[in-house]
Design a protein around this ligand. Structure first.
Ligand code: M6R
Length: 364
């Protein structure tokens, strides 16, 4: 049931601290300071390349994972949406791991892509939320998320749980490759363990985000910008807004703005900038200032330090708890979900059952 919440989507957004904690429990040995897999005997040390395939929000989780696998495990990663992967001629080397990410485990294109990779001799890993699904059954390495049933068509808690699993998988891969010292592993476990509390911290800004939603509800177009792992978050924010509020939105890598989309900027196009403090902060802020110099109305989502440093002149700011960059994608998922949710409520759309969409896309 929806409990006290008006919509399943809101309920599921609020469940994130609990379900992420629940999911992490099967991937972290907190006391020992170690990451682990549900199938510990699966040998990751020989994996030479990872091919990640998914659709929609699950694809954006995969995109975040690409940054992590490269950064921590130094493994080359191919990434594609399932509907493209299936119909091109993807080159998969021997000894490769093909990783499929899906809430339902039944998405037709992703399942077909899995079968194709299997036929090509790849090891098959799946991150799925439905343990009885086709993808779960066909995997060599089953990596479940424990988000519980997700009813709202807009994926929320499944996404953050996918990120939790993928971060743990990246760390496991790095360890198997001998790239992680005990100390580094302990640090990763510590940061991941902080995610549930940080998600609670992010949820505390719900009312502020609701008030801010009025600035967005009247827009025809909205842009989302981010860099690094915040780039997929920008894409995810835009997808959420499109699918439930029917406002046209686009996510862009902040550095790509000046290669075209900046031409769209005027006072009618709100620009949501996702920029937690961290190594890429200054770069993103300079792109944000280029937008502001052209009359763009910016909503900056950052932590207190980031907003102190760069919030001046923004139409609005949303303050997030200050977190380690590893868990920032989980934490910053919350404000983009809540923003889309509140805009949709203001517009009076059917939040849980948006037009033209199905929860599980079992046809091509
Ligand atoms: O069940 P899956 O994770 O395979 O579904 C993939 C997409 O259909 C799904 O994420 C879709 O994009 C959501 N409605 C986004 O909120």
């Amino acid at each position: 049931s929806k409990g006290n919440h008006k919509h399943y989507m809101l309920k599921e957004i609020y469940e994130q601290p609990i379900v992420v904690a629940q999911t992490l429990r099967s991937y972290l040995k907190r006391m020992e300071g170690e990451v682990s897999l549900p199938i510990p005997e699966f040998d990751l040390s020989t994996i030479k390349r990872v091919t990640i395939v998914a659709c929609g929000t699950s694809f954006y989780a995969g995109m975040v994972a690409k940054y992590w696998f490269e950064q921590f495990a130094r493994v080359p990663v191919d990434l594609d949406v399932a509907s493209e992967f299936r119909y091109r001629a993807p080159v998969m080397e021997d000894g490769g791991l093909a990783l499929f990410i899906s809430q339902s485990g039944e998405t037709a294109d992703t399942l077909a892509a899995l079968r194709h990779a299997k036929a090509e001799g790849q090891k098959i890993a799946v991150v799925v939320n439905v343990p009885t699904s086709s993808m779960a059954r066909e995997a060599d390495l089953l990596l479940p998320t424990h988000a519980g049933p997700e009813i709202g068509v807009a994926s929320t808690k499944a996404f953050t749980c996918q990120l939790a699993v993928l971060a743990a998988l990246a760390a496991n891969l790095a360890r198997a490759k001998g790239l992680l010292s005990k100390e580094q592993e302990r640090e990763i476990v510590r940061h991941l363990s902080e995610a549930p509390a940080a998600l609670n911290g992010a949820l505390a800004y719900d009312e502020a985000i609701e008030a801010m939603a009025h600035n967005i509800a009247g827009a025809r177009d909205v842009l989302y910008l981010g860099r690094g792992t915040d780039y997929p978050l920008a894409l995810e924010g835009a997808l959420k807004l499109k699918e439930i509020s029917y406002i046209h939105a686009e996510g862009y890598a902040a550095g790509e703005m000046k290669h075209g989309p900046i031409a769209l900027i005027d006072e009618h196009v709100p620009v949501i900038v996702i920029a937690p403090s961290g190594p890429l902060f200054d770069k993103t802020v300079s792109n944000m200032q280029e937008v502001m110099a052209r009359g763009g109305k910016v909503v900056l989502i950052s932590d207190y330090d980031g907003i102190q440093a760069a919030g001046e002149g923004c139409m609005a700011t949303i303050t997030m708890p200050k977190v380690h960059p590893l868990i920032a994608p989980l934490v910053y998922a919350v404000p983009v979900q809540l923003l889309a949710y509140h805009v949709a409520v203001l517009k009076g759309t059917d939040v849980d059952q948006p037009r033209n969409l199905a929860k599980s896309v079992t046809v091509e």
